[in-house]
Write a protein that binds this ligand. Structure first.
Ligand code: NDP
Ligand code: PYC
Length: 333
């Protein structure tokens, strides 16, 4: 069966209706719907509508405070604290964005330190809008302990993504967004559902033996960091910034055993935003020049190229939803 193509705004409305049916306030439902629909539109499928059952079961599990409004601790320097109070990090970012931008304009650099926050999405939607407005943004978030150190067999780290975005003349922002693990946990779940094997060094089974079988990784095993000990250092640094620094929980401290159905980690997020006009001149032109050099040297595909190509197609033809996706979404309406 072929995919259905849905206009982006219709998909946002459909997802917002699902979140509203779960009792979320309109403002929060709108933020989550736009975020999830953007992932689906851009082909970031590990965090598109595939995540809707996880959002719904988490909200119904009583885990966190998905309806909570964040509280800002403005400070008076470069660092702004936000207590998400168990709510969504994207809501905290939305709430603090104007103050963050004021500080970046005034000082050239500012950071958001978000704690007690849920994050169930890709990071590029958090950073790319800053680059679209001429700024440089870097963010990290920790998740739930499903990644072993290297070497190691017991999960201690989250899949812990890091996202970066900056302006680039003549092209979309240069944006990358990647887990510190060999794969995002969402992609392991998709592979298990579809019966695909993963690379043989993607994880370990319940006995600590290397495996590329997604079912074994999910059933008492663990993912491994990308790049061995180098990825483990990045995973650990993200725990330090997103949890120790912000005051949130480490991934290994996420304990939702009393909330069956909870899937969304309740941890922290760190976001740094800089104004490149305070640095060297012609920043965006320099980034474009470097991109061209890298492509000419053989790396034709840069991060973000695939997403922006899929986005352009979705803008022309609508966002692709598989028949199963559509059935699943309608079951929540
Ligand atoms: P991928 O490995 O799929 O992609 C990582 C980055 O590399 C992307 O920017 C991608 O660009 C780029 N890329 C991929 N393949 C190539 C290639 N051949 N050449 C050049 N660039 C390439 O991502 P992950 O599986 O590591 O993570 C997927 C998503 O999961 C991320 O968005 C991440 O934020 C999210 N995540 C969220 C978590 C959370 O706690 N909220 C936890 C873990 C992950 P492009 O997008 O254009 O393909
Ligand atoms: O895909 O690893 C993941 C993930 C964890 C939390 C949200 N997404």
């Amino acid at each position: 069966m072929t995919d259905t193509r849905v206009p982006f705004d219709d998909l946002v409305q459909m997802l917002a209706a699902i979140f509203l049916r779960q009792g979320l306030p309109e403002h929060i439902a709108g933020i989550l719907a736009a975020n999830c629909a953007a992932c689906q539109r851009d082909g970031a499928l590990s965090h598109g509508v595939f995540r809707i059952p996880g959002y719904v079961s988490t909200i119904n599990s009583g885990w966190g405070q998905p309806e909570a409004m964040p509280v800002i601790d403005p400070g008076d320097g470069a660092l702004i604290g936000v207590d998400a109070r168990g709510g969504f990090a994207q809501v905290a970012l939305d709430h603090a964005r104007a103050l963050l931008l004021d500080r970046v304009r005034a000082q050239g650099i500012a950071a958001l330190s978000i704690r007690h926050s849920q994050h169930f999405s890709a990071l590029w939607p958090d950073v790319e809008p800053f680059a679209e407005n001429g700024l440089v943004a870097l963010s990290v978030v920790n998740s739930m302990a499903v990644v072993a150190p290297a070497p190691g067999a017991a999960p201690v780290f989250g899949t812990n993504p890091m996202g970066f975005s900056c302006p680039r003349d003549g092209q979309p922002p240069y944006t990358w967004d990647q887990a510190a693990s060999a794969l995002a946990h969402g992609d392991v779940q998709i592979a298990a559902r579809e019966g695909h094997m993963l690379p043989a060094d993607a994880g370990v089974d319940a006995h600590g033996q290397p495996t590329g079988d997604p079912a074994k990784i999910l059933d008492g095993g663990a993912l491994l960091p990308f790049g061995g000990h180098k990825g483990a250092s990045i995973a650990m640094t993200i725990e330090i910034l997103a949890a120790a620094f912000t005051g949130g929980a480490f991934s290994a401290e996420v304990d939702w055993t009393d909330h069956p159905g909870a899937r969304i980690p309740l941890t922290g997020q760190f976001l740094l935003v800089m104004d490149p006009s305070r640095g060297g001149t012609g920043f965006a032109a320099r980034v474009a020049q470097l991109s061209d050099t890298v492509r000419a040297a053989g790396q034709q595909r840069l991060p973000g190229d695939r997403r922006h190509r899929i986005r352009a197609d979705a803008q022309a033809r609508g966002v692709a939803l598989s028949p199963d996706d559509l059935t699943m979404l309608n079951s929540y309406l």
